[in-house]
Design a protein around this ligand. Sequence first.
Ligand code: NAD
Length: 387
Amino acid sequence: MPDTTDFTRRKLLHAAAAAPLALGAARALGQQAHGTPLEGNFTLPDPPAQKMRWAIVGLGNFAVGEAIPGFIDSQHARMTAFVSGNPAKQKDLGTRFGVSRFYNYENFDSIAHDPEIDCVYIILPVGLHAEYTIRALKAGKHVLTEKPMASTSVECAAMIAAAKQANRQLGVAYRIHFEPTNVRAKQLIDGGEIGDIRFVSADHGFNADPNYGPHKWRLQKALAGGGSMFDIGIYGLNTSLMMLGQDPVELSARYIYPEDDPRFREVEGGVEYRLRMANGVSVSGSSSYCWSPYISQQRYMGSKATIFMKPATTYDRNTISVEGNGPTREIEAGNPLTQFQNQLDAFSLAAKANMPHKTPGEMGLRDISLIEAIYRSADTGGEIVKL
Ligand code: NAD
């Protein structure tokens, strides 16, 4: 998902977020030096030798701008290798981040013989996720793959089978499960703050630019798997189901975009969908590659109050507003940028224990299967699909 975040601003926010941590750690060390006990609730990082060692596959926009910086403040993960078709970029990033083991897409399988790699993070176009995930699992590594998990549910099932065969963990990088604002919203919902959820709305989209590199492959079915629903709509789908804690029993959908738009010859430019849960609650969602500005919003209507999040799923500035049952409250939940390190830490700990990650391959398979059902319904003009 492209974001409007300016890289410099992100770095500043990152530095601001890291400052209290650095101060806390410095204070802790100062206290140790004087022999006084630690105060407060410090979580110090693992020593480097105990951190899980990660190879990053694909050094594109999201990898360089968001995923790789997430390692800076990670407690349990460190990068040891880059896999890329661009040696100059590997070298440059390697110098900046202290990474010196470089692979390309041809010699990738030889990571099997590299004991300095425990986990592999796949950050390639969607159409390549299944191939590189399965190759990494066969090489004996744990794999976190970017969302959406793969191009088809058949590919997702093959990835899960490969993980089982290799006895390694497979996770999908649904960062929202580790993002403080969304974690807080889920605590509020589960704690009864808004009463019983009656309805959820989820709208996510932006204007795809066919001349912008990272958008080009998103408009090609072979590399993208699908259109707006695969890339950006999946945030609304996955986040809504996370908040509800249940899966739909039926759905319906329609395509919503200008039919003559040349950008959408291979993938859909927009979808509106309705998911219905067994308890009668519905999620009404939309995704688009042809609206402006970039929109990411979630609304949870409850019997007592409503939670509105706009933006809801960005990298660095999500918000919660609770409306009703008293004056409107804006709820602070912590720095959204920590979602990246939180996700890396959670997967590292899961891999170390060889226990399932919070957002496992099975969740990725569920979502791709749902999107396939959404397309089936939209292809018929909106017929209900029983799940
Ligand atoms: P990108 O185009 O910037 O990066 C893709 C990388 O893959 C590039 O380094 C490119 O060189 C490499 N690559 C290797 N083989 C390729 C091929 N045959 N065709 C095209 N590129 C090839 O894209 P991106 O926006 O960084 O997306 C990469 C992945 O990250 C996707 O799976 C995307 O869905 C995911 N993503 C996730 C988030 C999130 O918030 N979790 C946000 C953006 C992107």
